[in-house]
Each structure stands twice: as structure tokens, then as C-alpha cells.
Design a protein around this ligand. Structure first.
Ligand code: NI
Ligand code: MN
Length: 235
């Protein structure tokens, strides 16, 4: 049973095979997430899709207090090394790393995204990406995809050729990323039925009509889940 908790914007905690994987924490700067205490989040791994503030704001604090391994592209991990984060692992596009242990084989692959990336201080943040996380452990076997911030791209079609996915987190907020219509096409490209929406409602330009977004997915024969901040679901 894979558990997913939503922390707003593109932030999630995924619990699988006894490991906790935190994506893109933007919590302390999000009024809508004021009921979430970042001191309560104790991940094993922190995965950052790119350098923008709405994806990395709380990564330094959580990495230092938890000792979690911070994984992102080479430029993003180097930026956090300079801030005193000791446990990091750099990736670049197409590359992956095996994490976990014999009871819990976990692989994290950094895949293409069409977007930009700079750090909150304006320094170079490498090229943005998404993650494919696959796991084969005592309890859970499977894989999922967190697309990061991206446009719809044909590269998505490559993902399920190698790694069949159970579900995906896809950005749906329009303006800076895909809207729901393109996200439904992305769901088709990566061959998933279940999608957890992200990157919506945090700021006025990405506020969306929830019912309209769900209908776009339903009309495509797919399910769009729009989680409340702090809500935890099992998949
Ligand atoms: Ni971004
Ligand atoms: Mn963003």
C-alpha cells in the first residue's frame, strides 16, 4: 500500500516499503499550507525537480533536521551543498540511482521536463526534470511519475516503454505548466489511469475550476484526484 500526503503546490510525501520520499517542499511560504508543520516531516529522501522557490523553499531546513538524502540535478544539489546540506546525490537527465536495501529496492530516475530552472537567489539551477520512482520491496512493487513543472512533451511517451506506472502526479494549473487538458494527454502518454493533480490554486494565475478539470479527465476515461493540503490517501 503506497501512501501519498499532499503538502500543496508540487509537494508530496510518498510512503512506500517503509521509506518516506518528499517531493518539492513549498510549505512555509504557502498560506494555504499554514496548518502543516515542517518540523513534523521526517523523510528519508528529498527529491527536487528544479530550482524554483515554489519547489525548494523548505528543502534546506527539512534536509538538515532529518538528515534525508537530497536528490536533484547536479546544479541544484551543489547549491544545497554550499548551504551546508551534507547528504546529497546529484543526477542528470536519463540517469538514475538505486536507493534502499535488499528488502526495498528503490530506483529514482531523473527524466526530461520542458520548463526553466534557477535557484531562489537567481543562480543557475541546471535544467528542470521530473522523477520516475520504481520500487520492488517486501510490501510494494510498482512505479510512479512526478512530472515536475513541464509542458506536455513527446518524451513522456518513453517513460512507460521502460517503466510501467501505477499512477502519476501531473501539473494541471496552466500558465507556468500544462493545464488539465494537456495533463490528460500526458496521462495518456505515460499510460496511467490515476492522476494526482499538482501545481494549481497556490497563486492567482494558476487557480483552476476543479469540476471542469475532473470532467476533462473523466471524459478521457481517467481519474483526476485533487487532494486537500494535508490529506493522505493510499493507492
Ligand atoms: Ni518552476
Ligand atoms: Mn513551479
Amino acid at each position: 500500500m503506497v501512501a501519498v500526503t499532499f503538502y500543496g503546490q508540487s509537494g508530496f510525501l510518498v510512503e512506500v516499503n517503509g521509506k518516506k520520499i518528499l517531493f518539492d517542499p513549498f510549505i512555509s511560504g504557502n498560506e494555504k499550507a499554514s496548518h502543516i508543520n515542517i518540523n513534523d516531516i521526517n523523510p528519508d529522501f528529498i527529491l527536487l525537480t528544479h530550482g524554483h522557490q515554489d519547489h525548494v523553499l523548505d528543502a534546506e531546513v527539512i534536509a538538515k533536521q532529518s538528515g534525508a538524502k537530497l536528490i536533484s540535478n547536479f546544479e541544484v544539489t551543489n547549491w544545497f551543498v554550499d548551504k551546508g546540506v551534507e547528504n546529497t546525490h546529484p543526477l542528470n537527465h536519463g540517469g538514475g540511482v538505486e536507493l534502499g536495501d535488499n528488502d526495498n529496492k528503490l530506483r529514482v530516475q531523473y527524466v526530461n521536463a520542458v520548463h526553466t530552472s534557477s535557484m531562489p537567489d537567481g543562480s543557475y539551477g541546471g535544467q528542470p526534470g521530473g522523477f520516475v520512482v520504481s520500487y520492488d520491496g517486501k510490501d510494494d512493487k510498482g512505479a510512479f511519475y512526478h512530472c515536475g513543472d513541464t509542458a506536455l512533451t513527446m518524451d513522456m511517451k518513453l517513460i512507460p516503454e521502460r517503466t510501467p506506472l501505477d499512477f502519476a502526479m501531473l501539473c494541471i494549473g496552466d500558465n507556468f505548466t500544462m493545464d488539465a487538458k494537456d495533463a490528460a494527454r500526458a496521462a495518456d502518454f505515460v499510460k496511467v489511469q490515476k492522476v494526482i493533480g499538482m501545481h494549481f490554486d497556490t497563486f492567482p494565475p494558476i487557480e483552476i475550476d476543479h469540476d471542469a478539470a475532473r470532467k476533462i479527465f473523466a471524459d478521457a476515461g481517467k481519474e483526476l484526484m485533487l487532494m486537500d493540503i494535508g490529506e493522505k490517501i493510499t493507492l
